[in-house]
Design a protein around this ligand. Structure first.
Ligand code: HEC
Length: 148
């Protein structure tokens, strides 16, 4: 195989991987690319994994608290406009519109942590994902606090 065709195959593989990370997780897919998961490939994907983990950890810790208290809970404010994605096409108009809404939701939660403001953050994840990267939607839906 010549050098040029080798490069073409490399890009094709990368494109498939990029789509796979945003593809639906509920559908069975070809063998998972273990080294890239769950730490993510791009800086943006890694931040997303951290954001998701933080929502899950916060939820678990609030539920473990006998009073289910939200007091003093904080979420890290990631700068979603300053991180490189797996593929440039992921940063579309929808993304640019929703990144500031996510930042507002996190700032609101940090100023007044509550179940409602937590769900507003989850909502902001969902609304961006609907127009950029639908794969993790099912996973994100599980982060919602259900009414007790
Ligand atoms: C402004 C748009 C936007 C917001 C807001 C957003 N995401 Fe994402 N998310 C993306 C894009 C685009 C990707 C693909 C990133 C990549 O592959 O580089 C992604 C990827 C992911 C992934 C897959 C990471 C992987 O393993 O490749 C998860 C999980 C995720 N996001 C969860 C969340 C959660 C949870 C929130 C809210 C706290 C959130 N996202 C908020 C756009 C967004």
């Amino acid at each position: 195989m010549g050098r040029a065709s080798f490069r073409v195959w490399g890009w094709a593989w990368l494109a498939c991987w990029a789509m796979a990370s945003c593809a639906s997780e509920s559908e069975p897919r070809a063998p998972r690319l273990a080294p890239n998961q769950p730490n993510g490939n791009s800086a943006l994907a890694s931040a997303m994994v951290a954001m998701d983990g933080q929502l899950q950890a916060t939820l678990t810790s609030v539920m473990a608290d006998p009073d289910h208290s939200w007091e003093g809970r904080r979420l890290v404010e990631h700068d979603l406009l300053g991180l490189d994605p797996t593929d440039d096409s992921m940063i579309n108009g929808h993304y640019l519109e929703h990144a500031p809404l996510y930042a507002l939701a996190v700032a609101q939660f940090n100023a007044h942590p509550s179940a409602d403001h937590f769900n507003a953050v989850v909502e902001s994840c969902t609304s961006c994902h609907l127009g950029t990267c639908p794969g993790p939607l099912d996973r994100i839906a599980k982060r919602r606090v259900s009414a007790e």
